[in-house]
Design a protein around this ligand. Structure first.
Ligand SMILES: Nc1nc2c(c(=O)[nH]1)N[C@H]1C(S)=C(S)[C@@H](COP(=O)(O)O)O[C@H]1N2
Ligand SMILES: [Mo]
Length: 196
């Protein structure tokens, strides 16, 4: 049994260069999987924004949508048509007061992982905070209870166990970005490593 399958023609057009289709849904985590309880779950915003904190029920009172999106890991596996349930980043953004000079965002997580993204790549209506995948509550290993999904960028920017956003004028680098990964990570341009 092979772990990776060659994409067929139709699917092939949706698989970025240098990627193969994964069988199943691999888990890619650096370090331990945090166990996060929704009763005590807290999501904070800070930096160039009016500081605020949100509970699980604050998030659940926002409009919920189904999203179907392809998922591309920089370690060269992709998974097409992942079906998620979540809340649009743009709906969440309407709750907070970000200063006009903000151009970058640092995503923060339970467990300490960070990843940076430009405001232009972040504040898009096709990006979402996911709490279900394939109609089931998101498992801890896939980032439950809540993760970010940014479909148009390599999945290391889709922060699992996300619990905060830091709004910045100048770019700061997150965990993988400090360790040689590209600051943007667009899969069709194969922006895998910094300097590429
Ligand atoms: N907090 C956190 N988020 C993370 C990671 C991580 O190690 N910690 N890994 C990233 C990477 S490299 C990928 S490919 C995806 C993998 O998501 P999955 O484990 O649900 O497949 O999560 C991303 N988000
Ligand atoms: Mo990844």
């Amino acid at each position: 049994m092979k772990f990776f399958q060659k994409p067929d023609k139709q699917e092939g057009e949706r698989v970025p260069p240098g990627q193969h289709l994964a069988k199943g849904f691999p888990v890619l985590t650096y370090g331990e999987t945090p166990q996060v309880n929704i009763e005590t779950w807290e999501f904070r915003v800070w930096g160039l924004v009016k500081p605020a904190s949100f509970t699980w029920s604050d998030f659940m009172s926002l409009p919920q949508h189904e999203f179907t999106a392809d998922f591309h890991c920089v370690t060269r596996w992709s998974k097409l048509d992942v079906k998620w349930t979540g809340i649009k980043v743009t709906d969440f953004m309407s709750l907070i007061d970000v200063e006009p000079q903000v151009a970058h965002v640092m995503e923060h997580c339970y467990g300490g992982y960070t990843t940076n993204i430009s405001m232009a790549d972040f504040a898009r209506s096709e990006n979402f905070f996911a709490f279900k995948v394939f109609s089931e509550p998101l498992s801890a290993e896939h980032g439950g209870p809540m993760r970010l999904v940014v479909p148009h960028i390599y999945a290391w920017k889709s922060a699992k166990w996300i619990n905060g956003l830091e709004f910045l004028e100048k770019e700061k680098l997150g965990f993988w970005e400090r360790n040689g990964y590209h600051s943007r990570g667009e899969p069709w341009a194969e922006e895998r490593y910094s300097g590429s």
